[in-house]
Write a protein that binds this ligand. Structure first.
Ligand SMILES: C[S@@+](CC[C@H](N)C(=O)[O-])C[C@H]1O[C@@H](n2cnc3c(N)ncnc32)[C@H](O)[C@@H]1O
Length: 348
């Protein structure tokens, strides 16, 4: 990798290289999911998570008046575990199944291969980009997708804004450097007054680009996007950048390309920022609330009824990870964005 400008990389460029560099990028070289990987995501904790999402999708489709054909698109499908269970669950709903065209947007070629092997369904298509999507109604699902996109960081010191960079030196480990930044000009460019009452900013241009394309699609062809991710609802943006390796937090500046780098989404800001793309309905709740309202505990009771104690205990242990306040239950939020006139609220 060649680094210009005095060995400096802005935080977003640093994340882009660390995660997605074709040669050594974290997501390009390894399968990070599960016990033997670096972290575990909800679909890999319990199949009941994906079953609940499947039921939610079928209900949303019904709310859209059961279109004869529609798109279901997963953004960033990891090891394909969620789509695999979704398709299996959809088999219980034949009318829905024949209407549903499943596709995946995935950046990593290695993960695409893993997804293909895991899902084993010839009808699933992989998209190169979202512009390939036709004009049918579309339901987008993004579980831990947006937190994997690069962000810029800005910090206000003594009334002045700085952008955060990472400086590489041959002798020492990389370090943060803050360089003076023209926030006014930036805000003009992004058409959003992001610095209002803030002292620290995290901003993902690629997230905004995705929202622009997706909201355009929703506006034109109907549908919605369901986002499930680490995040918070405060008006104030926080410094949430973190790295995870081998199921533990590590230093973002250590092990470049060897650990996952993520951040927490500010759902309040998302709600504000999508306003520039039109009038949309956006509702948010916690993962605990969402899964409980969809009946994850009742489903667990049904499937574990005749199971031996250890299997039953395992099912509930996994569900607790998903819904307990001290685990993922509160830390993860669920957001639905639809057209203004769409009043679907299941799970919220
Ligand atoms: C944290 S993982 C989540 C995977 C999966 N949704 C799950 O919950 O297990 C992020 C996924 O998004 C993919 N990804 C990241 N940036 C992407 C982009 N710009 N376009 C498509 N996929 C992307 C990664 O390769 C990975 O599959």
């Amino acid at each position: 990798m060649k680094i210009k400008n005095n060995n400096l990389l802005s935080v977003d460029k640093y994340i882009e290289e660390a995660l997605y560099n074709k040669e050594f990028g974290y997501y390009m070289n390894k399968n990070p999911f599960g016990k033997n990987g670096d972290f575990i995501t909800a679909p890999n904790i319990s199949i009941l998570f994906s079953e609940m999402i499947a039921i939610w999708i079928v209900s949303f489709w019904e709310h859209l008046k059961c279109p004869k054909k529609f798109n279901l698109i997963e953004l960033g499908a990891g090891n394909g575990e969620m789509i695999k269970i979704l398709i299996k669950t959809f088999n219980q709903f034949p009318k829905f199944k024949s209407a549903c065209k499943v596709s995946i947007l995935e950046k990593s070629n290695l993960l695409k291969k893993i997804q293909n092997k895991n899902i084993k369904d010839k009808n699933v298509k992989w998209l190169k980009n979202l512009n390939e999507i036709n004009n049918l109604p579309s339901i987008f699902i993004a579980n831990e997708f947006f937190d994997a996109l690069p962000i810029k960081q800005f910090i206000k010191k003594k009334g002045k804004w700085y952008e955060r960079y990472i400086k590489f030196t041959k002798l020492k480990k990389p370090e943060y450097v803050d360089l003076l930044f023209n926030m006014k000009q930036f805000e003009k460019q992004i058409k959003f007054n992001i610095s209002h009452k803030q002292k620290f900013i995290e901003y993902s241009q690629s997230m905004i680009n995705y929202f622009e394309t997706i909201t355009k699609k929703i506006k034109f062809s109907d549908g919605g996007i369901l986002i499930i991710d680490y995040g918070y609802l405060n008006k104030k943006i926080k410094n949430t950048l973190q790295a995870v390796s081998n199921h533990k937090y590590t230093d973002v500046l250590d092990s470049f390309g060897k650990s996952d780098i993520t951040y927490n989404l500010n759902f309040y800001m998302i709600k504000q920022m999508i306003k520039k793309f039109g009038s949309f309905n956006s509702i948010t709740t916690t993962q605990k609330n969402f899964l409980t309202k969809l009946g994850i505990l009742q489903r667990a009771e049904i499937i574990s009824k005749n199971m031996p104690f250890t299997k039953k205990a395992d099912i509930y242990f996994r569900i607790k990870r998903l819904i307990n306040k001290s685990a993922m239950g509160n830390l993860f939020k669920v957001m639905l964005i639809t057209n203004k006139n769409n009043k679907f609220q299941l799970g919220f």
